[in-house]
Ligand binder design. Sequence first.
Ligand code: SAM
Ligand code: SF4
Length: 462
Amino acid sequence: MKHIDEVKINSLLDLNVSEREINYILKKSMLLKRLSLEESAKLLSVKDIALLKKVYNASIYVKNRIYGKRIVMFVPLYISNFCSNNCLYCGFAVNNKLTVRKKLSPQEVKKQTEILLKRGHKRILMVSGEMVSSQENVNYYVDAIEAIYDAEYKGNKVKRVNINVASMSIEQFKRLKQSGIGTYQVFQETYHDATYRKFHVTGAKSDPDSRLDAIDNAFKAGIDDVGIGFLLGLYNYRFETLAMLMHIEYLEKIYGLGPHTISVPRVELAPGSSYAAKPEYPVSDEDFKKLVAVLRLSVPYTGIIMSTRETACLRDVLVNLGVSQISAESRVTPGGYEESFSCHNDKLERQFSLNDQRTLNEVVKSLLSQGLIPSFCAACYRKNRTGKRFMYLTKPGTIKHMCDINALVTLKEYLEDFAVPEIKELGYNLIEEYKCKLDNVSIKVLDKFFKNIDSGIRDEYV
Ligand code: SAM
Ligand code: SF4
């Protein structure tokens, strides 16, 4: 696979590392410095429990320094489960004859979005299977994105649409950009060439190099917020992690910019997939925690996303350790948010199984109880603070006070419009606690926004 030097990565697996070396690397990472591939490999090789604890503590420190207590909330919106590819781990694979196929019309997409707005969601990740014609794909996506932005519930509108769809040409990416997407996300699934070819048997996705080109094409089209990742369970997770970091090094070298976010989903049960039922490289919760911590330390300014594939219990741990964005009350089925949607439909039409079934209100409650601030903010995207500009403001910490204000404003809006009384109380207590930590200028701005919210004004940000 291009850009990925497998020989070098293999030479970095299972290194013998001293405690002194680990202490040195952790010290460097706590200065918020980007780690080298070798240093990340050394952290990944830590097995000793006491030393692992040090790695976790450093990760918690870095997470707090850069992201504070904010956790960005989003929800996936599946628009079609038709797919022309044959990924052996996925319920949407073309050869899976069990799955009942559904492709939402723009009107149906709008209706699904209205349901999500009614529950308090503001940031959507649009997801789709891949049709045979890439032109047909892009036309369909653009119509769906328009429908999402068009939806409204009592003055609430979607603030940002991120998308997770197959690769396309530079010209097609330009069209997507015009439609107002936030992040373009695509996962390499596995960076190990032979494994990639084994799992992606037919269809446009079967070429690993053209899958890798997706991010280059997006950058070349001017999309500067991209999300990458791999699917845990297909191959050795330490190889995959180092290979993804190598991919990031390549992007940084060529474009002067890495990904905005990283996702490391674990393979879950999927209808019709015998592989997903018994993956050859399962990743334990402990290894998953280590992986998240090492990513947090290796690329401190890159957001880490975690979906509802993971259990509520593990998610509650990882939001403190390194994760910066989470989804809530997700359905991985087109049309899955309809009130009449049944478990029976879900089994026949979903992509894979989910382990955290909590509602948005329940997830918000859990975050607030841990002293974390659920944020529905999309101000950077709307103010063009993306790509290099975002990094330029983030690295010296310039943006942090804006993020704090925006997060608290979106939290207050959520509490006023969507929260049950118990959560409202928890939220307001936390807001008071946080306000005390802000400087006087920020408090003044916040008070003005809060007053406006009380008089019915919504969606203000800095
Ligand atoms: N079809 C597009 C693609 O493959 O890029 C878009 C999104 S696909 C619906 C989203 C992601 O779901 C895939 O990239 C893959 O990593 C993940 N996925 C597929 N099957 C899965 C499974 N059984 N368990 C967990 N995640 C899975
Ligand atoms: Fe299609 Fe994506 Fe599933 Fe592969 S992972 S079968 S491309 S929906």
